[in-house]
Write a protein of this length. Structure first.
Ligand code: 3PG
Ligand code: MG
Length: 404
């Protein structure tokens, strides 16, 4: 891949390879509730192992704030990783120093070890050079397979890339390839579906996308702020009224720059927000004062389907309604299924990611049918904002050192 060295560019046999992955998986009562991040890193781990490397797995887990927090240990994840990988995985109680070194010393070629949560040390998040050197001492080569952590300039995501010969893992490679296909050199027309609750968290993203895509479809709570900015009644809907001016600026900017912003024609409203609450469909300009918008309506969903049918590329971030609380999932489900069908027929390249998006697509039963679903939350958003991701930039930087 242009700009990056990958596992194709290095001989790892007999080398100790530090692999940064994202094992920050959702857990409930000690059990992993979604193992997508684990399955995504298996190709890299298998390949390194098959090629005879000693594979040292690094990750953070949750936000322990620079000190050991027993409930945030990666130990329970080691067992899940071992099951997924089909081989036993020893666990080292620290990610640097003697515990790490002795666990690595016991590895044979092809063996895999998991080190404890990198964020148990405050230096990790400070991108501290001395700490980075201690970590780099453990290995010969650095592989970053954690796109979803690439927005963090931490020791294990950034500094290590400058201290060891650095390569993109297979997961990182696939992720970057799809993201480039979706926004950097996309087949046009390009549509973006942008949902979620708040405009305030997506301002930079909208500003960047206006220049890059042909149509921005806005749904979720965000759409309410835009409807309000256009002078519509939004009743009791979630709405950031203080951002009305900003929303109007965005709408104006979009016109000047040739990007169509599409707001829902009709919406689903209810008096209260709870599962199964009595609801009705109303035109977006007729929201009753005592009701709230909780989803896009069927006319909007059908129109969005027609719009997507005319596009070649789709970037999707955020649900179009309160999808976790039926019946307010209908809009998201309908549009997601349309996008999946267009993808299946080869007419659309569809890339989705960020926060609730994977859960929303899963709920619609189509997560597997998109061209690519990113496991990244914050990193996907920052990428949509057009920001340089430190973890990616460090890999792309001309290498100070290269492995033979
Ligand atoms: C994520 O879950 O988005 C990544 O693992 C990064 O975690 P963070 O937001 O705590 O840095
Ligand atoms: Mg995050």
């Amino acid at each position: 891949m242009a700009g990056f060295r990958t596992l194709d560019d290095v001989n790892v046999a007999g080398k100790t390879v530090l692999v940064r992955v994202d094992l920050n998986v959702p857990m409930k009562d000690g059990r992993i509730t979604d193992d997508l991040r684990i399955s995504r890193i298996l190709p890299t781990l298998h390949e390194l192992s098959r090629k005879g490397a000693k594979v040292v797995v690094l990750s953070h887990f949750s936000r322990p704030d620079g000190k050991p927090v027993p409930e945030m240990s990666l130990k329970p994840v080691a067992a899940a990783l071992a099951t997924a990988l089909g081989s036993s995985i020893p666990f080292a109680e620290d990610c640097v120093g003697e515990p790490a070194q002795s666990a690595i010393d016991k590895l044979r070629g092809g063996g895999v070890v998991l080190l404890e949560n990198t964020r148990f040390h405050a230096e990790e998040e400070k991108n501290d050079l001395a700490f980075a050197k201690r970590m780099a001492e453990l290995g010969d080569i650095y592989v970053n397979d954690a796109f979803s952590c690439a927005h963090r300039a931490h020791v294990s995501t950034e500094a290590l890339a400058h201290l060891l010969p650095a390569y993109a893992g297979r997961n990182m490679e696939v992720e970057l390839k799809h993201l480039q296909a979706a926004l950097e050199k996309p087949e046009k027309p390009v549509a973006a579906v942008i949902g979620g609750a708040k405009v305030s968290t997506k301002l930079e993203l909208l500003g960047n996308l206006i220049d890059k895509v042909d149509k921005i479809i806005i749904g979720g709570g965000m759409a309410n702020t835009f409807l309000f900015a256009q002078g519509r009644e939004v009743g009791k809907s979630l709405c950031e009224k203080n951002l009305a001016d900003t929303a109007r600026d965005i709408l104006r900017d979009a016109v000047t720059r040739g990007c169509a912003i599409i707001l829902p024609d009709d919406v689903v409203v209810a008096r209260e927000f709870r599962q199964g609450a009595p609801s009705k469909v109303v035109p977006a300009e007729r929201v009753p004062a005592d009701q709230m918008i909780l989803d896009i309506g069927p006319v909007a969903a059908a129109r969005l389907g027609t719009i997507l049918a005319d596009c070649k590329t789709l970037v999707w971030n955020g649900p179009l309604g309160a999808f976790e609380t039926p019946p307010f999932d209908a809009g998201t489900v309908t549009v997601a299924r349309t996008a999946a069908a267009l993808t299946a027929s080869g007419r659309l390249l569809s890339v989705a990611g960020g926060g609730d998006t994977v859960a929303a697509l899963r709920h619609a039963g189509v997560a597997e049918e998109f061209s690519y679903v990113s496991t990244a939350g914050g990193a996907f958003l920052e990428w949509l904002e057009g920001k340089e991701l430190p973890g990616v930039a460090a890999l792309a930087a001309p290498a100070a050192v290269a492995a033979k």
